[in-house]
Design a protein around this ligand. Structure first.
Ligand code: M6R
Length: 592
């Protein structure tokens, strides 16, 4: 949550920062701002609103200077106002800071600073940082980096921040604890960002800053220091070419582009190292217990994983909601394999649980999309989804890629990785078919249902996870209340909510759950629900049939989820919302 960008070099900095902020808008889009230094003056422009709006109102991209920092905000402390937007400054406007994270002891620090005569202009936790740094620079004549190092131990909570100061010009200093910060070095200068996506168009050489490390960036070099101020060197990693593509490629929205990319995403997810999968499979088979920890869509993908592990590998596992996982750490030990599933690799709830599990000796396997993440640093094994950046806040192609990875992993449990790769080889065509057959029908369905307030999604077995993920998509992008549940659960309470015309989406491909799921659908139909069947086999019960291609039972999730993503997308448009940037949400949730 919140995106940070910094640049110093030979080029005008603000346009580079603005472009970087747009690439990080997935991290938050409440407000934005840039600070630059030019001719010895600190210039700050910021406002509430999405980046384009702020640019229109304030012209942040026109600030002069070759050194600048910027921020796109997802509000935690303080309303969405111009005053609370970053960058924040000290009392005299001589330094500027952009921050991502939460300073948990900010109230105490703020009071101390007020008692010493500081004036605050925002309600944010972040503003204590520039005041603390300024005190060190003014009172103790510290350099910017020395002041940052002195302030870091005072900050409780999590942070990634970057700062620049007119009293120590020509450099940007960045620091990190439990929030990501990546440094990029290019021929025209140096870059820093919450994600390498912020500068991937300029350089693919990226270095992740570690916890409690500090970077000092000048136009020519980036130097790294540990918490004690000792310099050390770090080697850059080359970013995957795919990671630099951050355009809509002619689609109206990233969400649609990413849905359409799914046939290709399956092929990429299948490009895995069989030996690595076999070694992870051995760890899983030997483990006393296997627990998935994840949030949101990644958790629903983990439900598919749990099913596949049981059905293919005869290995029982459990799926924990990551924000609750920490409360069960008493039963985690060195015989536990924890599978952490996270597109971003930086979800705070996931990271915290993984820390706790590591502390008691559990083996950590992570399944991640974004490179250079904190989760990777904490893991014994990491599997990458390889599907490139997902910019739409609603996860789409990463869900399908996670499912593909679980398919490979479950077959690895029975030493059949190669067979699984072969099966996946046919799936990109099937997914493309699921898109082509349904897209225009779903536009009509969305028009018909756009004023409905409640949807219910049902499925059994492997299809239950698709019901839950389909419902989440609708909530997120179309702002319609939706519940996904095991089809058998409907009669235990929720049936009371079904009335004439209530849309009930029934995920019932022609597998061994078909008959029983239809019986549950019939219970809703008898109460005059409007039944939308997602299946390769038609039924009289359906009021609307979403036809999907016939595939093997274990691969149905890949073809059934796609029309549900499209339905949510078209519902969002029919209701007048931008599916790429749902209200109140951010793609990376780095706070607990
Ligand atoms: O990056 P992660 O996979 O850890 O994110 C987890 C959830 O925040 C995420 O899946 C969220 O639910 C999506 N916006 C769903 O579309």
């Amino acid at each position: 949550m919140c995106g940070i960008v910094g640049y110093c070099g030979k080029e005008p900095a603000a346009p580079i920062i603005l472009e970087g902020l747009k690439c990080l808008e997935y991290r938050g889009y409440d407000s934005a701002g840039i600070a630059s230094i030019c001719d010895g003056e600190m210039l700050v422009k910021k406002d509430a609103g999405k980046i384009d709006e702020v640019e229109r109102k304030q012209g942040i991209g026109c600030l002069p200077g070759n050194i600048a920092i910027g921020h796109t905000r997802w509000a935690t402390h303080g309303a969405v106002t111009q005053a609370n937007a970053h960058p924040h400054s000290d009392c005299h406007g001589r330094l500027a800071v952009v921050h991502n994270g939460i300073i948990e002891n900010y109230q105490q620090l703020r009071q101390e600073l007020i008692d010493r005569g500081h004036h605050f202009t925002s309600e944010t936790d972040s503003e204590v940082i520039p005041h603390l740094i300024a005190e060190k620079m003014e009172g103790d004549s510290y350099s910017l980096e020395k002041a940052v190092l002195a302030v870091m131990p005072r900050l409780e909570g999590s942070y990634a921040f970057v700062t620049l100061a007119i009293d120590d010009p020509g450099k940007i200093v960045g620091a990190r604890k439990n929030n990501p910060l990546v440094v990029g070095s290019g021929s025209h200068g140096n870059y820093i960002g919450s994600d390498a996506l912020a500068f991937a168009r300029h350089t693919r050489k990226a270095i992740s800053l570690g916890d409690n490390e500090v970077v000092v960036m000048t136009p020519d070099k980036a130097e790294f220091f540990d918490a004690a101020g000792n310099a050390f060197s770090k080697q850059p990693r080359e970013l995957d070419e795919n990671w630099a593509n951050n355009c809509k490629d002619g689609y109206e929205h990233f969400t649609l582009k990413e849905i359409m990319e799914q046939p290709c995403a399956i092929d990429r997810a299948a490009l895995q190292d069989g030996k690595k999968f076999n070694s992870i499979a051995l760890d899983i088979l030997r483990a006393g217990q296997v627990v998935f920890t994840a949030c949101g869509t990644s958790r629903y993908a983990a439900l598919v994983g749990r099913y596949l592990f049981s059905r293919v590998g005869k290995k029982f596992s459990e799926v924990a909601n990551a924000s609750e996982f920490g409360y069960f750490v008493d039963s985690i030990d060195k015989n536990t394999v924890v599978i952490a599933v996270s597109q971003s690799g930086e979800t705070a709830d996931v990271i915290e649980g993984v820390w706790a599990a590591r502390d008691v000796g559990a083996k950590i396997v992570s399944i991640i999309n974004r490179p250079n993440s904190m989760l990777e640093e904490l893991s014994h094994h990491t599997i990458y989804l390889k599907c490139g950046p997902e910019v739409g806040v609603a996860a789409t192609k990463t869900f399908l890629s996670q499912v593909a990875v679980f398919y490979l992993l479950s077959f690895s449990l029975v030493n059949a990785f190669d067979e699984a790769v072969e099966h996946l080889g046919d799936m990109s065509g099937k997914v493309a078919e699921a898109i082509e057959c349904n897209n225009s029908n779903l536009i009509n369905l969305a028009q018909k249902l756009k004023d409905k307030n409640d949807f219910y999604y049902l499925g059994r077995g492997i299809n239950f996870s698709i019901a839950t993920e389909g419902a989440l998509k609708l909530k997120e992008v179309a702002y319609v209340h939706a519940e996904g549940m095991p089809a058998g659960e409907l009669k235990h309470g929720t049936l009371a909510l079904i009335e004439q015309g209530t849309p009930v989406v029934v995920v019932c491909p022609d597998d061994y759950t078909y008959g029983e799921t239809l019986s549950n659908a019939m219970e809703a139909k008898s109460r005059r629900a409007y039944i939308i069947g997602v299946s390769d086999r038609e039924s009289d019960i359906f009021d609307f049939w979403v036809e999907v291609p016939r595939v093997d039972e274990l691969l149905y999730p890949m073809v059934t989820i796609v029309p549900l993503q499209l339905l949510a997308y078209h519902m969002a448009l029919a209701r007048g919302y931008n599916p790429d940037k749902p209200r109140n949400l951010a793609k990376s949730v780095t706070v607990k």
